[in-house]
Design a binder for this molecule. Structure first.
Ligand code: SF4
Length: 70
């Protein structure tokens, strides 16, 4: 059975990573995670590791594997 992991998901962007083996999930719009001192929200998308998964997985046409080294 095929693993349904982030690095093979159409929504995963390894190029937005700031750490090895991590990428950004673009499945949903940015979510308000913090409110700064001026009352303005800051939006973030979740960062996940390449081997993580979730129920929203959708197979990408081409693997992201070369970008992450896996
Ligand atoms: S968290 Fe889910 S939707 Fe986002 S990249 Fe990983 S498997 Fe895909």
């Amino acid at each position: 059975m095929e693993d349904k992991i982030c690095e093979d998901c159409v929504y995963w962007d390894p190029n937005a990573a700031v750490h090895n083996d991590c990428g950004v999930c673009n499945r949903y719009p940015p979510q308000i995670a913090t409110i700064d001192h001026e009352g303005m929200g800051r939006g973030f998308r979740p960062m996940t590791k390449s081997l993580e998964s979730c129920g929203e997985f959708k197979k990408a046409k081409a693997s992201n594997a070369t970008a992450t080294g896996y």
